[in-house]
Design a protein around this ligand. Sequence first.
Ligand SMILES: [Fe+2]
Length: 907
Amino acid sequence: MLKVQVHGQSHSTRTHHLLFPKPFLHGGEQAFLFITNSRTSSSIKGNKRAQLSSKPSTIKAVASVPKKCIKVKAVVTAKQTIGGMITSLGIERGLDDIKDLLGKTLHLELLSVELDEKTELEKPTVKGYAHRVGKAEGDVKYEAEFEVPTDFGEIGAIFVENEHHKEMFLEDVVLDGFSSGPINISCCSWIHSKYDNKHKRVFFINKYAYLPSQTPEGLTRLREEELVLLRGNGQGERKVGDRIYDYDVYNDIGDPDSSPELSRPVLGGKEHPYPRRCRTGRPRCQTDPLSEKRLRDFYVPRDEAFSEVKQLTFSAKTMYSLFHALIPSLGNVISDAERGFSYFTSIDSLFCEGINMPPLSKQGFWKTMMPRLFKAITDGPDVLRFETPPTMERDKFFWMRDEEFARQTLAGLNPYSIRLVTEWPLTSKLDPAIYDSFSWILYIIYIPFQGMNINFYRMFQAIKRRKLFILDYHDLLLPFVSRVREIKGTTLYGSRTLFFLTPEGTLRPLAIELTRPPMHGKPQWKQVYTPSWNSTGCWLWRLAKAHVLAHDAGYHQLVSHWYAIMVTNTLCHRTFHNRNQEAAQCDASIYRLLHPHFRYTMEINALARESLVNAGGIIESSFTPGKYAMEICSSAYDQLWRFDHQSLPDDLISRGMAIEDLTEPHGIKLTIEDYPFACDGLVLWGIIKQWVTDYVQHYYTDPSLVASDQELQAWWTEIRTVGHSDKKDEPWWPQLKTPRDLIDIITTIVWVASGHHAAVNFGQYSYGGYFPNRPTIARRKMPNEDPTDEEWEIFLQKPESLLLATFPSKLQATKVMAVLNVLSNHSPDEEYIGQDMEPAWAEDPIIKAAFEKFSGRLKELEGIIDERNANKDLKNRCGAGIVPYQFLKPFSNPGVTGQGVPCSISI
Ligand SMILES: [Fe+2]
């Protein structure tokens, strides 16, 4: 039996006492209220575990047999919060101060891991009040003293009740007084006021990263009860401060009650397959009972929200300033929403003169909230002046060059689309009765290329030698073309872009095929463009590239980037929903491993639904597909998303960018050796996998434990069948039977939250900040698509004007530039992968050593990347005017640095 490690002088006192601080009592050095536990204890049906009511005990003085006790001191650390300071003048603050003075700030109860030997019920808790003892560096300290009977058994958990009227951020609790040393309880959670919610919070001590089968009997019921509480039951509206993690479809993107124009289909279900989001339970719309009203806050469980702790407010402040102040103000300043740029020099002026912004009620607001975008000008108006992206800084004409267009498919913002061509002619999966699936690219012959002609024979040879690659946005976009073209101010094609791998290991664009399906009585229109050596051909090629780049920019945001956020958000549910393993559905040790990789992701998901992907939001108003953006996102999920392909090696193999080769370090051989994203990504993948392997093997020493772990199995089942219920029957879902399966699944999740997201997020301003390099929208059709004489003449007279008119409008461009700048930013409190050890890991020497090894390898990766970027043979990352590939360097300073891999998707 586990025993309290007796320390120091034991002495006698009475059973079931509460220690109250002196102000409540008179005349003694130390005063106890002696109690009998009147709670009804009863066996849980089907087992011998006890029922322990959370109702307060009835306290009365009784005589009892003296028992030996030890003194235990609890030191509680809470964070001083911004909310706490702001509300410090309120009347409730005054009441809370009185509570502090009276020493009744927090009510604590210690729980034994054992059941009572005689009754087989849970032992009565040992209770006490913690009182405030001081404040230092933003931390507020509280202390409580307990008399713990020597036969109490080992302490496994602690109940906490907040006697304040305001919630409180609890950092940790340390119990001292045991011969074995202090017991640490890492909380990192918001504790509601007991006046708002009577439910006591429970935290388990760090050393108990229990496998379910090893959970002590005295704690089993608590884990089960907490799980029920956190799950919710699909009913009721969530309130601020709730901790319920429930699922729902994406039915809050539209706002049909405001305008029929803002009506959007529900995403999730047979018609529009989609993962599930966090349920908010808001009332349904009057005009569309399937959609939720967007009236109130976008709920996230309390511990998933941006912290109010002072140093952690950066992301929240900047994001809210962006969406609620800057974007609306831009709309006011740039009154003509459709007006584009007349000259390229007027684009340049965004980085020089900037845009004068209207003063807000608080002078200097802009400079304070968004200092990087608003330069410090002491006199005159606040000026929105964009930073010059490093790409443009190094080479002003980088965006025009074909080799840079191709290089960015391997080392740019979206390295997830390029794939090997494995069949010829290219085929389509679309219905041939509606769409002509025949690719005209088949007829590209005699493309002059490096002194040779690419003809049919050479094309087949190129495919055989794995040298032909493609950006294929044909099947995904074509079904939306006719609908998108009904929207004013945008247009769309299906597109295919072919590249050839040169002997130097770089890609060279060969041809772009743009397709418009039959529509409005017109037959299909399809055209192939190639690099040209005549002026008209050059300008048509340049315009065709602008269309492909707009397609790629949309795919990047709606698939490569948004999927990482959306899918990780789905994983947050129910899996890792508690900061102290309380009733974590999956095994607690796995929860601890994954917890750092979900920080703020649900909040980011909620913010995106509120302002980015919503009807009329940034994506719809500034990207080519307009109001069909999220339907395209759903279509991509339906056609393309597979969990097993989220692993980097499997993703590369699925795109033909690698083949299995067990002689290679990561078990695969890259098709393009100098593929910067894949090269650095595979090293990072390997480092993550080793860490996960060390961790899993430490906890799952017996391989059969994985298959027999009911909580772990339930977790995985729920991810597949609830979080991704529209794909629950897919055959590709990995099994979870062995530690190897678990390692692969966890490594994939960690990779998506860290490396994958970093690769597609922190270069957004570098490559998208100068928008001609990645226009988010192409507003004009190609000049040779059913042109009138006048249109063609205008193109011939001034093709540059047509290119500028095809690019985003000034309002669209500046909105997107501001968003990309903010999204590319590392906050000062960013948590990078391998940087901070979870407190529980530090207490296990083996896990501690494994983490240190993990951290050390990540530091080595920094050097590996630096070395690669200096290698002149690697022409996709080193050369004149090229920005080095650093997106997967693990660490970074704050700001827009183009490097740094945070643990989680927090922006
Ligand atoms: Fe992001």
